[in-house]
Design a binder for this molecule. Structure first.
Ligand code: HEC
Length: 210
């Protein structure tokens, strides 16, 4: 009897596992690339990527307002993040995998005291990251964004917090056109500004890389 009870438990257990696998498979995957940080609402809006400040911080192009007629096209610091597994793949193949997400979080300069936007700190006179001021993101999905070289462009606003929670795909004129015109050959991404992505043979994650 005891043995039979044991067996029943095992069979029952297998049935439960089977049922959960079936349930899992029944979940709609909504054409999202596996393991991608891109999450879309049912009407195709991208959600602000979860936890992106924990990703790899590849660089921070800087376009101070003072060097751009008082108002740069994009708020001043552009802090760029991408997940490590996507860099690994890029280093091997020269292309980012399907589902790759780049987040560019914008900040303004910290309390400028000189007209050029700089201030003096113990390290010297210069530019320092100030308040958060917006998010732009790109998502690689060759099918969904076939018309714009396989990447979708999204902006959650260029302004102080809070950001929009979701964003519709931006127009070619607003975003993709400039990337297509300039960086189509490097998978639509400005890798030339991110030193750790430049030398694909040297690896990127040790101090000796590059
Ligand atoms: C006039 C050209 C131009 C336009 C328009 C443009 N970008 Fe870019 N984008 C750049 C340049 C140049 C960089 C890298 C240097 C920098 O950030 O200053 C960049 C970098 C990025 C990055 C970081 C990853 C990468 O490709 O290097 C993201 C994400 C991004 N842009 C998204 C957007 C979004 C979203 C829009 C529309 C709201 C947009 N861009 C419009 C020129 C442009």
């Amino acid at each position: 009897m005891q043995k039979r009870g044991y067996l029943t438990a095992i069979v029952g257990g297998i049935a439960v596992i089977g049922a959960s696998v079936a349930l899992f498979q029944a979940q709609p995957v909504a054409a999202q690339a596996q393991g991608s940080a891109a999450v879309f609402t049912p009407d195709g809006r991208l959600k602000v990527p979860e936890g992106f400040r924990r990703w790899v911080y590849v660089g921070a192009p800087l376009t101070p307002n003072a060097l751009n007629g008082g108002k740069a096209n994009f708020p001043e610091y552009h802090n760029v993040y991408v997940q490590a597994q996507n860099i690994d793949a890029y280093m091997k193949t020269g292309e980012f995998p399907e589902g790759t997400v780049f987040v560019k979080e914008l900040t303004r300069l910290l309390n400028p005291t000189f007209p050029d936007g700089s201030r003096t700190e113990p390290s010297g006179r210069g530019f320092f990251n100030g308040p958060f001021n917006g998010i732009d993101a790109t998502v690689k999905d060759s099918k969904r964004f076939a018309k714009t070289n396989g990447w979708g462009f999204f902006t959650f606003g260029h302004h102080s917090l809070p950001y929009e929670a979701t964003a519709a795909e931006s127009s070619v004129a607003e975003c993709a056109g400039c990337h297509i015109a300039n960086v189509a050959k490097t998978d639509m991404t400005w890798v030339q500004f991110y030193p750790m992505l430049l030398n694909r043979t040297a690896g990127w994650d040790t101090p000796q890389s590059r």
